[in-house]
Design a protein around this ligand. Structure first.
Ligand SMILES: NC(=O)c1ccc[n+]([C@@H]2O[C@H](COP(=O)([O-])OP(=O)(O)OC[C@H]3O[C@@H](n4cnc5c(N)ncnc54)[C@H](OP(=O)(O)O)[C@@H]3O)[C@@H](O)[C@H]2O)c1
Length: 337
């Protein structure tokens, strides 16, 4: 007869082994960027490279000998991360930490000034930084824009415009915008780009659905921006693409996930979530694979083209572009005509 203590130990061990095997089987479908072309002489600029997918993208590209500018809020933290990468990869490309806060137009402008003084060209810009914050916190950028709209969309919109001359000098060059499949759940309401209505509901504990609507909206704006930008850059040799890294275990949802969620969500995390390194594969593919050079206005997922199910509207695309320019000029949220 088997002792009860053996049964008590065998059950959780078997469950863990089963989860491990299912995860291994599922991860066979998670794509890997196969290209390992030498990127020596190419300058990459990655926003939000101090953690998660951005950091793993930097590691993968520096291994291929690229020079990487890690644009981050916290340079001290990034220097420590670079020291760790150097222990693993002493002979890769260059890693340059630089201060950038996308929640401040002034910081973006200062950052671009330093880039222009120190670098002749940029070969690839990766707009990766992002926030996902519960709406009830009502966080805003320095200029007063709702944090998802301000950082995920407006900050990158402004940064990209200011860097276009440098990207043209790097031509054939690329702009990769990290969006998400959640863009398909987004909507663009020009009467409330700063999500005031949803924020007020959230403050009263009346949030609709599980998702952070302003995050989804900002990811939709990322795709609209990619579409508008690739049209405007036709013939310049700058390819523009957007990608979804997949559902990854990073610090993105640090404000939304409480400690007790880890207990009952653990099997879901283990079965369905990629690591940041696995999620970075499609970003690295878009940023470095030669087979897609010259392709613009594309969305990628699992290192392959992806056709979004969202019904895009050219009028909305153009209006979002014009409104974004107006808001950057005004440097504060103003009513949209
Ligand atoms: N994780 C997922 O499941 C998932 C799925 C689809 C798409 N994505 C997208 O992937 C991208 C990377 O996210 P992640 O999952 O790697 O999250 P993460 O680990 O939280 O990384 C986000 C990065 O953005 C930076 N950042 C945030 N606010 C910034 C600001 N104001 N100025 C400059 N940098 C700022 C963060 O800097 P700090 O270190 O200073 O906070 C961090 O380096 C995001 O665009 C996200 O929307 C993620």
């Amino acid at each position: 007869m088997v002792a009860p203590s053996v049964i008590y130990a065998a059950v959780p061990i078997s469950v863990l082994v089963a989860i491990g095997l299912i995860r291994k089987w599922r991860s066979r479908n998670w794509a890997k960027c196969r290209s390992n072309t030498c990127l020596r002489g190419k300058t990459y600029l990655i926003t939000g490279a101090s953690s998660g997918i951005g950091l793993e993208t930097a590691k993968a590209l520096v291994k291929r000998k690229a020079r990487i500018i890690l644009a981050c809020r916290d340079v001290v933290k990034t220097k420590a991360l670079i020291a760790n990468i150097r222990k693993e990869q002493p002979y890769g490309g260059e890693l340059i930490p630089m201060q950038l806060d996308l929640a401040s137009f002034e910081s973006i402008e200062k950052f671009v000034e330093v880039i222009k003084a120190g670098f002749y060209k940029i070969d690839v810009l990766i707009n990766n930084a992002g926030v996902a914050v519960p709406l009830k916190l009502d966080l805003k950028t320095k200029e007063g824009f709702e944090i998802h709209f301000g950082v995920n969309h407006l900050g990158h919109f402004y940064l990209t415009q200011l860097l276009l001359d440098h990207l043209k000098k790097g031509s054939p060059s690329r702009i990769v915008i990290v969006s998400s499949l959640l863009h398909e759940k987004g909507e663009i309401n020009f009467n409330d780009l700063n999500s005031r209505a949803e924020i007020e509901l959230a403050k009263q504990g009346k949030t609709r659905g599980r998702h952070i609507s302003a995050y989804n909206n900002s990811k939709l704006m990322n795709v609209y921006f990619m579409r508008g930008l690739s049209d405007r850059l036709k013939g310049t040799g700058i390819d523009v693409s957007t990608c979804c890294p997949g559902f990854c275990y990073t610090s993105l949802f640090r404000h939304s996930i409480k400690w007790y969620h880890y207990i009952f969500m653990a099997p879901i995390f283990l079965l369905f979530m990629k690591t940041a390194k696995q999620g970075a594969q499609t970003v690295v593919y878009c940023a470095s694979d030669y087979s897609i050079e010259g392709k613009t206005n594309k969305m990628y997922r699992e290192c392959a083209e992806y056709e979004s199910k969202y019904p895009f509207d050219k009028e909305v695309e153009n209006k979002l572009w014009e409104v974004s320019e107006q808001l950057i000029k005004a440097r504060k949220p103003i009513p949209i005509a």
